[in-house]
Design a protein around this ligand. Structure first.
Ligand code: ZN
Length: 442
């Protein structure tokens, strides 16, 4: 299949079978795959490295895991679905009584047919995740447990794709890639980030873009530990996840609540008819928790469709390739591009002829007969947008302010502003840059 969203879906399909975790070969293979589509620098950080208040954990390798009856009938097999193995399970090979085994089984009684996704990164234990129906059918007095895994010193891998722009100010797109065979939570974000980076790479851009592909929590903490310089250049940031399910888009604000990215995202969602899906910041969720910790307090929000924990498929085997839709993936990418378009173009200008209205006709900007297409580009602009820009460009209103106040689409305001600049009626607001320099120097 071809077309909008199918290219993103194809990435999710290709990556779905891999058993990712916060470390290990599944994560590495995922980064290799991403690196085969976009320029990616992969970093390996040794286990035991101190990162902020944490430590990089040992690396987990899972080769096989089965739960069998004593007569050799396989009840649960990791090779059939990698969710079956509790992540970071330690190795074990022995016969376990059913009573004891129950302490190591994870199922969801309310969703008896689904396999849950569970992790035990920092606990010395082992376990199986299975459907509640299968669990209830266990009636033998004992079962054979065979888990072939290693938890040993190794490294944590993460990848970065940096696309420099005309200015050093950066846009951060952060995607976690530590979940195994789960499609919406996290393959949707990876697929969109790949396609977005490919597109941005080919475009002229004012801002620089940094895509980070990291294991959740520990990866963001590791990245922040080693990248304080880059972090200080982040002007706008988005965590991208749960981006392919059929629900409408959702934006979760940064801790600051009113940073430019919060305004851009809420403007776009409101325009799309989803003002009610702009959520306040809470210190829970995805890696925005780390970027928005008080010491960093970065302007990083989170773009999703269904928020984490709010959909029944969340962290279960039902979050599979049939749960995500090409059209939803494409829609998330389109919304993301609209938000970034505002980030690229929202600037403050000054009307250089502020005493009375400048004469537009003389400059070819006045359309004497509405709706007439003269073939001259400049006559295509929304006349009201021209007047609003001239009136509000006093150094204290950005183009987005003008779009909001005038009720004109931001894209139309940018087009009109470009015409006014070409006619010499708008100048850059240098006082704004001076203010930015002064605040950066503080
Ligand atoms: Zn998750």
């Amino acid at each position: 299949m071809k077309g909008l969203g199918f290219d993103i879906y194809a990435h999710a399909e290709a990556l779905f079978p891999l058993c990712r975790s916060i470390t290990g070969d599944g994560l590495r293979q995922t980064l290799n795959y991403i690196g085969s589509h976009i320029p990616l620098k992969v970093q390996e950080v040794a286990s035991g490295t101190k990162v902020l208040d944490w430590e990089v954990p040992p690396e987990w390798t899972a080769r096989s895991a089965t739960l069998q009856t004593l007569s050799g009938q396989v009840v649960v097999d990791f090779s059939e679905n990698n969710l079956h193995l509790l992540q970071y399970s330690r190795p074990i090979n022995k016969i376990v009584a059913l009573d004891e085994l129950q302490n190591h089984l994870y199922s969801i009684p309310e969703q008896p047919d689904l396999i849950p996704y569970r992790t035990a990164y920092y606990t010395d234990t082992w376990g199986f995740c299975l459907s509640h129906r299968k669990r209830e059918a266990l009636s033998d007095p004992a079962y054979k447990v065979d888990i072939d895994t290693t938890v040993a010193p190794g490294s944590l891998s993460y990848g970065e794709c940096f696309l420099p722009g005309g200015e050093p100010a950066e846009v951060l797109i952060s995607v976690h890639c530590c979940h195994p065979s789960l499609a919406n939570d996290n393959l949707s974000g990876i697929g969109i980030a790949i396609e977005l980076a490919r597109k941005i790479e080919r475009q002229r851009r004012r801002l620089s873009y940094r895509f980070v592909f990291i294991p959740g929590t520990i990866g963001a903490i590791t990245w922040l530990h080693f990248n304080r310089d880059a972090a200080s250049r982040i002007q706008h940031g988005l965590v991208l996840t749960c981006a392919g399910d059929p629900a409408p888009p959702t934006y979760k604000r940064s801790r600051r609540g009113n940073s430019p990215i919060d305004r851009y995202a809420s403007y776009v969602l409101a325009q799309e008819g989803h003002a009610d899906r702009v959520l306040p910041f809470v210190p829970y969720g995805y890696d925005e928790r780390q970027y928005c910790s008080p010491g960093f307090n970065l302007p990083v929000g989170c773009l999703m469709r269904s928020p984490n924990g709010t959909f029944p498929e969340y962290h279960t085997s039902a979050d599979n390739l049939s749960f995500i839709r090409p059209e939803a993936l494409a829609d998330t990418q389109r919304i993301l591009e609209r938000i970034l378009m505002i980030a690229e173009h929202d600037r403050t200008f000054v009307n250089v002829q502020p005493f009375g209205e400048p004469q537009l006709g003389r400059r070819g900007l006045y359309r004497p007969v509405g709706g007439q297409n003269t073939g001259d580009d400049r006559s295509e602009f929304d006349q009201m947008a021209l007047l609003w820009i001239l009136n509000l460009s006093d150094g204290s209103h950005s183009l987005l302010d003008i779009a909001e106040r005038s009720g004109t689409r931001f894209e139309a305001v940018v087009a009109a502003a470009n015409a006014l600049r070409a006619a010499g009626l708008l100048a850059d607001d240098h006082s704004q840059e001076l203010r930015a320099d002064a605040s950066a120097a503080q």
